[in-house]
Design a protein around this ligand. Structure first.
Ligand code: FAD
Ligand code: SIN
Length: 518
């Protein structure tokens, strides 16, 4: 067993930022970070476009950023939250700079600001097209300097420990006491007992298979919180990024940043026609929900598998300077952006909903906090504005730290039972896990995609029930493995997305049900 003051689950921008701040404030308190892959593997690492922050006060203003966020969120944002996050942005950016993160500047030494869909001004600070990689690098470097942080890579959090583990199965899950964690290298499961637990487990992209997200994005934190009976909200608002590089195989897809459209690229259909001006006055720079739905409509009309992003008219030396990673990745796939159009298709990218938290990052269970993409803060409403996610994680990590700095930390004194896997055996049914995963991903793509309808959603429930029963049987009988736990978590997340989709009776932002159109 490990006993710690703070347990942080996840080592992306949300978990690392909180860990650094709390460890700096309380050098005598212990912070343990468990993370299921290498320490840097996360959605954060792949962020391209950048962080939306109001810096150029002559041209831009908080008011404009707030307005853009509210428009993208289509009436469902919490305005107080939007104001708080936008206004905190510049202060949080300063801290990131102090920790050593570098962002591109122009010849006057000022930040080189980019633009993305839904933004009325240039306000995206970035490090070339690998902003997330740079942020992750800087945060991990700071973590390694702090003696009171222990980081445990390849450790998988299986479940939160709440009252029902201690009292009985029917006990109210009022308080969180830490988590059961699997050492993925040894297969050993142990207890991490913590005075305060932070879920910073990121997104759910893999539930759809075809996604911009890396393999870690399996919704574990949301599923753990759901099983612990925390409130989960707005799960129907899955954001599809309009321009993932088209890949015949599907699966994890390389992202072509929205900043490329901000730089002036055009979307064309297979006939070469630039279609976005027909759908929205902002054309390629309309918000993501509108661009993805427009592409979906073009694909349905033409029967094509993808559309194209045309950069051939752009200043190529400037393009390559800003987007070296995108240029090279395409080149490796025999697409020369100088002369070739890039084949693109929408792919699942981000979840606007998640674990419901207040402005202090508190979930609806005592001693449980959540931060970053696994949360529903009220910032994004029905559709996240581009580059507001890294900003949200920075601001909320700070708020959670501030809360802890002001409130006394009560140490957990109760006995926690060990993980009980009596009667389970090592499974030889890995093929069943793979098979169910493939079925789940196909189900979510085909029945719960960009455009939904009631018939498909009801069919999805029936099919998911079959998968659910099979996976639960396997889970009860088997010694747990990472892939089995991830599958179980993805089934829980799919259940939440489908059921909360059915409950939404009007189309908003990223949620579109053709039966809701009157
Ligand atoms: P993550 O960075 O995903 O970190 C989650 C961590 O939790 C990982 O370390 C993971 O291994 C760990 N974890 C998960 N489950 C468990 C478990 N059971 N046990 C232990 N550890 C676990 N947003 C922007 O604002 N600007 C951008 O330019 C931008 N570009 C993007 C480009 C791409 C390709 C992608 C995929 C996303 C992009 N986003 C962008 C979104 C943004 O990157 C993410 O929303 C954000 O990084 C999430 O940070 P996080 O800390 O919440 O989660
Ligand atoms: C991108 O660079 O297009 C991703 C930005 C984001 O998800 O906010």
């Amino acid at each position: 067993m490990i006993i710690t003051n703070y347990l942080v689950i996840g080592s992306g921008i949300a978990g690392l930022t909180f860990a650094v701040k709390i460890a700096e404030e309380f050098p005598n308190r212990k912070v343990v970070i468990v993370t299921k892959d290498s320490e840097d593997e996360s959605n954060t690492k792949y962020a391209q476009g950048g962080v939306a922050v109001v810096l150029d006060k002559d041209q831009d203003s908080f008011k404009k950023h707030i307005k853009d966020t509210l428009i993208a969120g289509d009436g469902l944002c919490n305005e107080d939250v939007v104001k708080m996050v936008v206004e905190e942005g510049p202060k949080r950016l300063k801290e990131l700079l102090l920790w050593g993160a570098n962002f591109d500047t122009n010849s006057d030494g000022e930040f080189n600001l980019g633009k993305e869909g839904g933004h009325s001004e240039y306000r995206i600070i970035h490090h070339k097209d690998v902003t997330g990689y740079e942020i992750e690098r800087a945060l991990l470097a700071r973590v390694h300097q702090l003696k009171n942080i222990e980081i445990l890579p390849y450790h998988f959090a299986i479940d939160l420990i709440t009252d029902h583990h201690i009292k009985d199965d029917n006990a109210e899950r009022e308080t969180c006491y830490g988590a059961y964690v699997l050492n993925q290298r040894t297969g050993y499961i142990f207890t991490v007992k913590a005075d305060s637990t932070l879920l910073a487990t990121g997104g759910i992209g893999r539930v759809y298979g075809h996604t911009t997200n890396p393999i870690i994005a399996t919704g574990d934190g949301i599923a753990m919180a759901y099983r612990a009976k925390a409130r989960i909200k707005d799960m129907e608002f899955v954001q599809f990024h309009p321009t993932a590089l088209y890949d015949v195989e599907g699966g994890s897809s390389f992202l072509i940043s929205e900043a490329v459209r901000g730089f002036g690229a055009y979307l064309r259909n297979k006939k070469g026609y630039r279609f976005m001006p027909d759908y929205d006055d902002r054309a390629e720079l309309a918000s993501r929900d509108i661009v993805s739905q427009s592409i979906d409509s073009e694909l349905k009309k033409s029967g094509a598998s993808h559309v194209y992003l045309d950069c051939t008219h752009l200043d190529m030396s400037k393009f390559i300077e800003h987007f070296p990673n995108i240029y090279n990745e395409c080149l490796q796939r025999h697409i020369d952006i100088k002369t070739d159009w890039i084949p693109v298709v929408p792919a699942s990218h981000y979840l606007c909903g998640g674990i419901k938290v207040n402005t202090k990052g508190k979930a609806t269970i005592k001693n449980l906090f959540a931060c970053g993409e696994c949360t529903r803060t009220g910032l994004h409403g029905a559709n996240r504005l581009a580059s507001n996610s890294l900003l949200e994680a920075l601001v909320y990590a700070h708020n959670i730290y501030k809360y802890h700095a002001k409130h006394e930390l009560k140490s957990v004194s109760i006995e926690i039972p060990k993980w009980n896997d009596e009667g389970t055996v090592i499974t030889e049914e890995h093929i069943l896990i793979q098979h169910n995963l493939k079925e789940l991903q196909a189900l979510m793509r085909n029945y719960v995609g960009i455009v939904r309808n009631n018939r498909r959603l009801k069919q999805a429930i029936k099919r998911l029930d079959i998968i659910y029963n099979e996976v639960e049987d396997l889970y009860r009988e088997s010694k747990v493995t990472t892939s089995l736990c991830e599958l179980r978590n993805m089934v829980n997340v799919a259940h939440l997305i489908i059921h909360q989709s059915i409950e939404r009776k009007e189309n908003r932002g990223g949620y579109y049900n053709s039966d809701n159109v009157t």
